[in-house]
Design a protein. Structure first.
Length: 207
């Protein structure tokens, strides 16, 4: 998800997203800018790049030493972003090069299927009724909104004490920095809340 207008450049959208996921402002290095240029020419949807950055940001939250759970650079996202680009290219190449074969589902459809399966596994035996009401999204953006809604509903489904603790921890993880606008801080809080919800319910990074 980007907080910038549609007219924003690819570089602006990625930097905006990275700031939100990182939790505070950041200056991009020359290596980071070279990566941005490479990703911009990869000819994949922005959401594919965003998935890789988000996965790297979540991994940093859980894997880093106490107090260091933030990405330091875009370079730290390279492995996850490249994996996402590879998966997307592999899937879309199969759809275009084999028109006579049995059609595979679009990427956002398989993402939805994985989301529903993961939600059912995490919440069984008392699967909430809203899980079966999640319709197939029309595109990447709709898939983003659907996942955000699902994770928010999972937070609300936690016992009150765990829910309050999760929300406090999400606020703690979002550093107050002048480089972040109010909108970016809200997006950063949303990201950290979703990451903590995924951890609380033992959900994978399924999108």
């Amino acid at each position: 998800m980007s907080l910038l207008p549609d007219s924003a450049t690819f570089h602006e959208r990625v930097q905006d997203l990275f700031v939100a996921y990182r939790g505070h402002g950041v200056s991009l290095s020359s290596v980071d800018l070279d990566l941005l240029d490479a990703w911009a020419t990869a000819e994949v949807p922005f959401e594919v790049i965003a998935r890789g950055i988000r996965k790297a940001a979540e991994a940093a939250l859980w894997d880093a030493a106490e107090g260091q759970g933030h990405l330091r650079s875009l370079k730290a996202c390279k492995r996850q972003v490249d994996l996402e680009i590879g998966k997307f290219v592999s899937k879309t190449a199969g759809r275009t090069e084999q028109p006579s074969a049995v059609a595979t589902e679009p990427f956002h459809v398989t993402r939805h299927q994985k989301l529903v399966a993961a939600l059912k596994k995490a919440t069984k035996p008392a699967v909430p009724p809203w899980v079966d009401r999640l319709g197939v999204p029309a595109d990447f953006a709709a898939g983003d909104r659907q996942e955000s809604l699902a994770l928010l509903l999972l937070v609300r489904g936690l016992p009150e004490a765990r829910r309050s603790a999760l929300l406090r921890e999400a606020r703690r993880l979002v550093e107050k920095a002048e480089a972040m606008s109010a909108a970016t801080k809200r997006e950063s809080l949303r990201f950290h809340r979703a990451a903590l919800s995924r951890q609380a319910w033992a959900l994978p990074a399924f999108w």
